[in-house]
Design a protein around this ligand. Structure first.
Ligand code: C5P
Length: 220
């Protein structure tokens, strides 16, 4: 059995992609499977935490004992997170939130009109959920411990270090890729103000358990 290192903690996790509608039947999304976030939610629950998982559109079963809230867009994900975060003591943002959304969502299906003209998509920026939460008073005072993720194609340590500062979080976890989306295993780089530590290649579930153990030590 996993050691109950997270008893008394309330863990909020975001996972999966977001889906940004173009019209009622079309949209823009990405290839995030949600596996890492779901593994973290399961590991936190196994360690004794109360866990809420805010999930974008994924095809994964809800981990036992975890409260799950399904959302589609980045704005819905932010709203769900803001409704839950006040009771959380740990926030882990694994979701691959779409950076941009179409500036308008047509309320009817956009039709081909036969002229050969194609619709032009314009984008606006989505809210940054992690940065928003990390700026809150509770996060700034240490009552809420925030963890970010980063998927980079190159220079992971430099990018993860910069991202940790930019997002204003004490711990930033880099996916040591390439192409971890959809895979069942991964390797992680844990970056904090003291430096970096690698969790070598393992299943996402094993890595999630190591990450939760690491977070639990930081909460002491
Ligand atoms: O900036 P980037 O998308 O690489 O940052 C990744 C981290 O920020 C992840 O933890 C992700 O869940 C979070 N994020 C977020 N809201 C966004 C973009 C990223 O919470 N709009």
């Amino acid at each position: 059995f996993a050691p109950k290192t997270m008893v008394g903690q309330q863990v909020l996790v975001t996972a999966g992609p977001t889906y940004e509608a173009i019209d009622p039947v079309r949209g823009i999304t990405n290839l995030s499977s949600g596996k890492m976030g779901f593994a973290i939610a399961r590991a936190a629950r196994m360690a004794g935490a109360q866990v809420t998982l805010v999930a974008g559109p994924v095809h994964l079963p809800t981990p036992r004992g975890v409260q799950r809230i399904d959302v589609r867009s980045a704005r819905e994900m932010l709203e769900a997170v803001q409704a839950q975060v006040d009771k959380a003591s740990v926030f882990v943002a694994t979701a691959a939130v779409a950076d941009w959304r179409p500036d308008v969502q047509a309320d009817q299906k956009i039709k081909k009109d036969g002229s050969g003209q194609t619709p032009a998509l314009k984008f606006v920026e989505n809210p940054d959920i992690l940065a928003t939460v990390a700026q809150s008073t509770r996060a700034q005072s240490g009552a809420l411990f925030c963890v970010g993720f980063a998927a980079e194609s190159h220079d992971l340590l430099a990018h993860a270090t910069a991202k940790r500062i930019r997002k204003g979080v004490p711990l930033l976890v880099g996916n040591i890729g390439p192409a971890t989306f959809g895979q069942d295993d991964n390797a992680l780089l844990l970056v904090d103000d003291a430096g970096a530590r690698e969790l070598p290649h393992a299943s996402k579930q094993a890595l999630a358990e190591q990450l939760i153990a690491d977070i639990a030590r930081r909460l002491k």
